[in-house]
Design a protein. Structure first.
Length: 176
């Protein structure tokens, strides 16, 4: 049996295959795939309580929207940190890993999972922080887009399994 090669057929297959690949953006096209888009940008970060400068952050979307990277720099202490938010298009959920230069201190390394997407566009991530051998606290972060373009980030901890929460960080992200 002879195989007949057609340049036109090959060209058509490549175009159709390329178009199918270009159209398949599983992370950006999924319902929760754009859940963090409101946070992408360059930000000055200030305390909700008094407007004092807390730091600066650059949030960027990478890998066709399958990941978001936060690049944090603290204002006073120069405490740098990075978050990688990864979207799993198979289950429609985001995961977060936060890491600092000292992963031995409580909060220096965090793993959180998306636990809520709210009608106002807010998202909530929750996980555990190891505070000492054999002891953990629950840790949750809520990112809320505001009508004026700012984003409010509230980080809370619970020492009683989620019955009560105390705020450890409450800030506005203001676009540069």
């Amino acid at each position: 049996m002879k195989f007949r090669f057609s340049v036109a057929a090959l060209f058509a297959a490549l175009i159709v295959g390329g178009a199918a690949h270009a159209a398949a953006l599983p992370c950006r096209d999924a319902p929760n795939g754009k859940a963090l888009d409101f946070w992408v940008g360059e930000w000055n970060v200030v305390a909700v309580a008094d407007g004092s400068a807390l730091g600066a952050s650059r949030i960027e979307r990478v890998l066709d929207g399958c990941a978001i990277i936060e690049n944090w720099h603290g204002a006073d202490d120069g405490d740098d940190g990075k978050s990688l938010f990864a979207f799993d298009a198979r289950n429609g959920l985001w995961d977060q890993v936060w890491v600092t230069e000292d992963t031995t201190r409580p909060g220096g390394l965090k793993n959180k999972h998306l636990v809520g997407v709210y009608p106002n566009g807010a998202v909530r991530f929750q996980g555990s922080i190891f505070v000492k051998p054999g002891a953990t606290v629950l840790d949750r972060t809520t990112l809320t887009p505001l009508a004026d373009g700012r984003v409010r980030q509230t980080i809370e901890i619970s020492r009683d399994g989620g019955d009560s929460w105390s705020v450890g960080f409450d800030a506005y992200y203001v676009r540069k």
